[in-house]
Design a protein around this ligand. Structure first.
Ligand code: CR6
Length: 803
């Protein structure tokens, strides 16, 4: 948008007076932040309503991205950037003596997600608006986001994250768009006068779903889409007879949108979670149908105007819920309704970890959602009947939705969708060949790959302004909307000046981060050291332990020979563990204890440090990523569906240290073997071990003296404070088979780390690699990913065409 500094300053002063009756000298950061937020809302409101109007007038097909999680991060700077007024506002505020960077910190970081999946949803909605795709987000307005992590004596402690405490300046409550969601009760079918079976309900518990809408502003265009998050409330009642039972009921209902479940890949089947899933699915679909009806089209044509995306299995109830509405409310017959439903729905699988493939006891569904239960059983019955004529009975049994008293949500999503995608090439191949092979035999054409992506706006333009400026000076700014243009940077791969500038920028970012760590953790870190970064949820398969064992090997090396020729390192960790995931929490404690041991050792001063940041989330990632030299992507091959921090880190010039897992494979293809550090078992080797059962981790302990010593350190008191954790982790690795092949991959990992140690000393060579990584990262923009979803899955329009 066009906005002069003068106009901005006038608007800002006016808004401050209108909202707070204050002038600038009286106001504090909080008022200034809310004033700026309100101003941005007013700047985007015209385009917001115009975008919606156009979608209706042109009868545009629209997509709805249903996701339990949207891990947005702070929105102030991102909205300023997308509106094209970041610099104007920064300068204008400066004239008032207000520092934008300081103002930004007033905004809470809404943690409405666990990890990659939730952050992906946030990158997607940004990219959808930027690519002018008519697509919106639909989720839950959790009152408490993911817990705030604190370390107490090295242990993770979870505290509530009350992000809404001071209100959310970006949202608008839309009371007129509220809908009712029904739980419990009895349902029976009765013939009406026309002889059609109709459902009747009694004793239901009704919940009012109230939407809160936020604008999703496209970058440098006039598209403003909507993120709609639902809040659960008690329906208005005039006849309250028992006040206390009313309060009790109200609390029970409000708990539906109270907390985000802090489980990343482990799901505990709990009733409240099932309620949450049905709640936002039912509310979302009801509201979509309401909107569709405004176009006065027959329900048979729904799939021509509406696409619904099921992001992981959490919203899989979309399938029976749309069926319910089409059958019961719109009186369609089963076959038509089913046809419409399958054409509307599409599903993304985000993991092969079997414990994350959701299952719900059928009895639970029956009592909570009786009509949905009937519909699921009918879908299952028809599926089984049809497939029995085409496939062997064992395969049909394996693919059924209802099995062993459970409803398998992935099966429901696959059977009820026309598209099933994985999130990286390798992941999709594993789905087709192994995890979902049975379904691939039944529906080969449903399967497709959409490799994840990241929004280059947040992860480069905002997080790393010095790098953004350098790139702009070298190749202009076409890459901001056509990210593969970053490729042009390759022309500078041998240009010493550019490489030196790159090195300087990295140094600056490292110094900034070091300053932050000094302020917040009272820890000095050597900025000449290699900043070696592993930031992601704590999970055994991601193998933070492999990293830690290697750190211990360096520790012993220096202790044995204080003059050892080792490039100094700072190992940076950021990770939350699911509160119920004991093993992950033990690993956190162990890392913290090793950090205490190393960081307090004078002999290691400036050579080795561990920084385990508390409460890792989007805002911290924005600080860490630009400062990273090495990106640790070391999951056991086959286990990480895609990963997305790998993409963010490469975009910021970190060198990837990786197994050939998830999207690392595609990163390798992009930058070539010379510019990435690959180690470890390949996916086929892992599966070979599974088949022949020939991995015996104890042998590695017994036969590898380096490993032997490191592992002994876990149990012999070398690491004070973590005796119990050390024993438990030792046992998991040595006694109980080492599920994720940590010991098997150790030597190969350590060898590659040693190569990094040498390579880093040659600054030009290192920066050349960094530059090639930055140049190759464009393809991993979520702009491309969503453009492919738009054209290949949802069949909705988009401005830029896929590659
Ligand atoms: N944990 C995958 O594990 C992937 C993201 C987004 C994950 C990760 O590899 O990049 O999804 N899976 O696709 C789930 O959350 C189930 C993740 O974030």
């Amino acid at each position: 948008m066009d906005l002069s500094k003068r106009k901005f300053k006038e608007d800002f002063k006016k808004m401050l007076t209108e909202v707070y009756s204050m002038d600038i000298s009286e106001s504090e950061s909080t008022e200034q932040f809310f004033t700026l937020g309100n101003l941005l809302r007013s700047y985007s409101s015209k385009n917001w309503s115009r975008t919606n109007q156009q979608y209706i007038e042109k009868q545009k097909k629209q997509a709805y991205y249903f996701s339990m999680e949207f891990l947005l991060g702070r929105m102030l700077k991102s909205n300023l950037l997308n509106l094209g007024i970041l610099d104007t506002v920064r300068n204008g505020l400066q004239d008032f003596g207000i520092d934008l960077e300081q103002l930004i910190t007033i905004e809470p970081d809404p943690g409405l997600g666990n990890g990659g999946l939730g952050r992906l949803a946030a990158c997607f909605i940004d990219s959808m608006a930027t690519s002018e795709i008519p697509a919106h987000g639909n989720g839950i307005r959790f009152k408490y986001g993911l817990f705030k992590q604190k370390f107490v004596n090295g242990y993770q402690v979870e505290l509530p994250e009350n992000w809404l405490q001071n209100g959310n300046v970006w949202e608008t409550r839309k009371m007129h768009a509220a809908v009712t969601v029904r739980f419990y009760g009895k349902v029976w079918l009765e013939q009406n006068a026309a002889g059609v079976l109709e459902p009747h309900y009694s004793d239901t518990q009704d919940v009012l779903a109230v939407p809160y809408d936020s604008a999703v502003i496209g970058y440098d265009n006039s598209t403003v889409n909507t993120l709609r998050l639902w809040s659960a409330e008690i329906p208005p009642k005039d006849d309250i007879t028992d006040y206390w039972s009313y309060i009790h009921q109200r609390n029970q209902i409000e708990s539906i949108s109270e907390v985000l479940y802090p489980d990343d890949s482990n799901y505990e089947g709990r009733l409240l979670r099932l309620k949450q899933e049905y709640f936002f699915v039912s509310a979302g679909i009801q509201s979509i149908l309401r909107h569709y009806k405004k176009m006065h089209l027959h329900m048979n044509h729904l799939a021509e105007k509406v696409a619904i995306h099921i992001n992981d299995t959490h919203p899989a109830l979309c399938v029976p819920e749309l069926m319910r509405l089409l059958l019961d409310e719109e009186h369609m017959d089963w076959d038509h309704a089913w046809n419409v439903t399958v054409n509307v729905m599409s599903y993304t699988n985000h993991t092969i970890m079997s414990e994350a493939l959701e299952k719900w006891p059928i009895d639970m569904i029956r009592s909570l959602l009786p009509r949905i239960d009937q519909i699921i059983c009918e879908i299952d019955r028809r599926f089984t009947m049809k497939m029995s004529t085409l496939f062997e009975s064992a395969l049909v049994e394996r693919t059924r939705i209802v099995e062993g008293g459970n409803v398998k949500m992935a099966h429901l999503a696959i059977i009820g969708s026309h598209s099933v995608n994985g999130v990286a090439q390798l992941h999709t191949t594993i789905l087709k060949e192994k995890v979902l092979h049975d379904f691939f035999l039944i529906y080969p054409s449903k399967f497709n790959n959409k490799t994840n992506g990241i929004a280059q706006r947040r992860w480069l333009m905002l997080a790393n302004e010095p790098l953004r400026d350098l790139i702009q000076r070298k190749i202009g700014n076409e890459w901001e909307t056509t990210p593969t243009e970053l490729n042009m940077l390759k022309a500078f791969r041998d240009d010493k000046d550019t490489l030196h500038e790159l090195a300087q920028i990295k140094q600056l970012n490292k110094e900034r981060f070091a300053e932050y760590i000094k302020q917040t953790m009272n820890l000095e870190i050597n900025t000449d050291a290699i900043f070696d970064v592993q930031i992601k949820r704590l999970h055994a398969y991601k193998r933070q332990l492999l990293n830690l064992l290697h750190i211990l090997s360096l520790y012993f090396k220096i202790k044995d020979d204080p003059q050892a020729d080792i490039q100094p390192r700072v190992f940076i960790f950021g990770a939350k563990a699911a509160p119920s995931y004991t093993y992950a929490k033990q690993i956190i404690k162990l890392i913290n204890s090793v950090a205490d041991l190393i960081n307090q050792d004078r002999e290691l001063e400036n050579k080795l440090k561990i920084v385990f940041v508390e409460n890792y989330g989007v805002s911290l990632a924005e600080k860490i990523i630009p400062a990273a030299d090495v990106s640790e992507q070391i999951s056991l091959a086959s286990k990480e569906a895609s990963g997305t921090s790998n993409m963010k880190l490469m975009l910021n010039g970190a060198i990837t240290l990786a197994t050939l897992d998830g999207a690392n494979v595609e990163i390798r293809d992009r930058v070539g073997d010379q510019n990435i550090m690959i180690f470890g078992l390949r996916e086929n080797e892992v599966y070979q071990y599974y088949r022949d059962g020939s991995y015996h981790s104890r042998n590695y302990y017994e036969r590898n003296p380096v490993l032997h010593r490191i592992l002994d350190a876990l149990i012999d008191g070398t690491i004070p404070g973590a005796e119990a954790e050390g024993h438990s982790i030792f046992d998991s690795l040595v006694q109980y088979g080492d599920e994720y092949f940590v010991l098997r991959d150790f030597d190969s990992y350590a060898a590659v780390q040693e190569r990094i140690d040498h390579l880093y000393r040659d600054t030009l060579k290192w920066q050349r690699m960094a530059l090639i990584n930055i140049a190759g990262a464009g393809i991993f923009s979520s702009d491309y990913t969503v453009q492919q979803y738009a054209s290949q899955i949802w069949d909705v329009s988009s401005k830029v065409h896929p590659l």
